[in-house]
Design a protein around this ligand. Structure first.
Ligand SMILES: Nc1ncnc2c1ncn2[C@@H]1O[C@H](COP(=O)(O)OP(=O)(O)O)[C@@H](O)[C@H]1O
Ligand SMILES: [Mg+2]
Length: 434
């Protein structure tokens, strides 16, 4: 065989010191790079005879086997290593590819998860193609075009009825720091971090987040968890990483995760491990482990704070938690006014009275009441051909037909507030129940 000079020299050296595994490894590498795969294989096998735990040799041997289409041999190398944590990264990749060839997709998926755990940005078209979870039908491609993400909000605090306390807290914890970063820095306070809005559904968490964006001149990125979660193994982690990257490029920036509790409990994720990987990715992005989160404010919203992995609430993560309660009397009056804006109204609409008869109604419930009243009017208008304004009685009738939706939430929340409130997290709920 005609080997080049380098290889020739190494062959002679190996012949002189046959037990020198380092030399043999150099030779194997040279063989591989020059396309002499079977020769490389022989050297690597020889190394493993001398040193059974030589991971570098196993890794390169797996590559040689892959090139020689000896897939089951790769599986054997890998299975010989009990703890997959000890496997070098590339060996994991060759192993996973071999598993795909061997049609052991279940195990391949698990391994692929591990690979992406080690390196969320790892991309391999072959593995992506093979390990796609096809059971859930067509995939909605997430287009990470920045323009899709960076929103302009057309509402601000004035459009939010009531919630004065919440507005004050947001002002203090979000708006002021973003507007006066230097002042905060002088006092050694970081600008950024995480805030969690929680409370019964329909009471304005999402609405409030949008209004916050409208209040400030910061960029606002609204992330639906379903945009992030993806049936492709590892794609969710990559989507998350991308969203954070876009946000970091546009500071000051409010990054809003609506229904953030869904992140650990995705119906798209077939394997439990996958959910954990997404959570871990989220946490490390929040911690800013590999990048600087200065000027990045992360706002999460959830109806079920108790379903949120407690790791999310550690310092530096969602450590500021704001309860968004059902609207009080004044807020309900204000929401009625907002909901009836630009509608044909009769004389004598009494907003205070409407508010009084809608205790425990959420903002969304109030909008539902107004909708109901309008529908009743429309029905009459269609029958008679006459457009009549909405009267107080129409609204009162609609109220009677509408159940306040927050009661059920409080029934559930009460249990957590009473029995799982060690950290005082649900004090606000207790205050509210009293
Ligand atoms: N305080 C409020 N002021 C004005 N509108 C409100 C308020 N709370 C809720 N709404 C209305 O109810 C709808 C549902 O609220 P949303 O923010 O989606 O609730 P949540 O996110 O808490 O479930 C909003 O789009 C808005 O029209
Ligand atoms: Mg919401």
């Amino acid at each position: 065989m005609n080997y080049n000079q380098d290889i020739q020299t190494l062959i002679e050296a190996v012949a002189k010191s046959p037990d020198n595994t380092t030399l043999r490894y150099y030779l194997a590498e040279k063989f591989m790079h020059s396309g002499f795969v079977p020769e490389a294989e022989v050297q690597l096998q020889e190394i493993l005879k001398l040193d059974r735990s030589n991971m570098a040799a196993k890794e390169l041997l797996a590559e040689a086997f892959y090139k020689g289409k000896k897939f089951s041999a790769i599986v054997m190398i890998a299975e010989d290593i009990q703890d997959t944590n000890e496997m070098p990264f590339k060996l994991k990749v060759w192993y996973t590819k071999a598993l795909v060839k061997e049609k052991n997709l279940r195990l391949a998926q698990e391994m692929y998860e591990e690979i992406l755990d080690d390196n969320p940005r790892f991309l391999d078209p072959e593995l992506d193609e093979a390990l796609r979870i096809k059971a859930f039908g067509a995939l909605e491609e997430l287009d990470l075009d920045e323009e899709l993400f960076l929103e302009e909000s057309n509402i601000s605090f004035k459009d939010v009825g009531g919630l004065a306390d919440v507005k004050k807290e947001i002002n203090l914890k979000i708006i002021k720091p973003l507007l006066n970063p230097d002042l905060y820095k002088m006092y050694g306070k970081k600008v950024g971090g995480g805030i969690l809005l929680y409370g019964p559904p329909g009471c304005g968490k999402t609405y409030m987040a949008r209004a916050t964006a409208g209040e400030i001149d910061a960029k606002f990125i609204n992330v639906g968890i379903n945009d992030i979660l993806d049936m492709y193994i590892g794609q969710s982690e990559r989507n998350l990483a991308d969203v954070f990257e876009v946000a970091r490029e546009h500071t000051p920036c409010v990054l809003f995760f609506d229904e953030v509790d869904a992140i650990g409990a995705s119906r798209h994720q077939m394997i439990n491990q996958a959910g954990k990987n997404v959570i871990n990715q989220f946490l490390s992005e929040m911690d800013g482990i590999s990048s600087d989160n200065e000027g990045l404010l992360i706002v999460g919203a959830t109806n079920t704070p108790w379903a949120l992995d407690t790791a999310f609430r550690r310092p530096g993560r969602f450590d500021r938690i704001i309860f968004v309660p059902p609207p009080d009397n004044d807020a309900r009056a204000a929401i009625f006014e907002l909901a009836l804006r630009e509608k044909p109204l009769g004389e004598g609409i009494n907003y205070t009275k409407l508010a009084k008869s809608t205790d425990m109604f959420s903002g969304a419930d109030i909008y539902a009441v107004v909708d109901r009243a309008i529908e009743a009017k429309l029905e009459i208008a269609l029958e008679t051909g006459e457009v009549q304004p909405i009267e107080m009685t129409d609204l009162q009738q609609a109220i009677k037909k509408t159940q306040p939706s927050t009661r059920e939430w409080f029934n559930t929340a009460k249990n957590y507030a009473l029995y799982a409130n060690q950290s005082g997290l649900y004090d606000e709920i207790l205050k509210y129940i009293k």
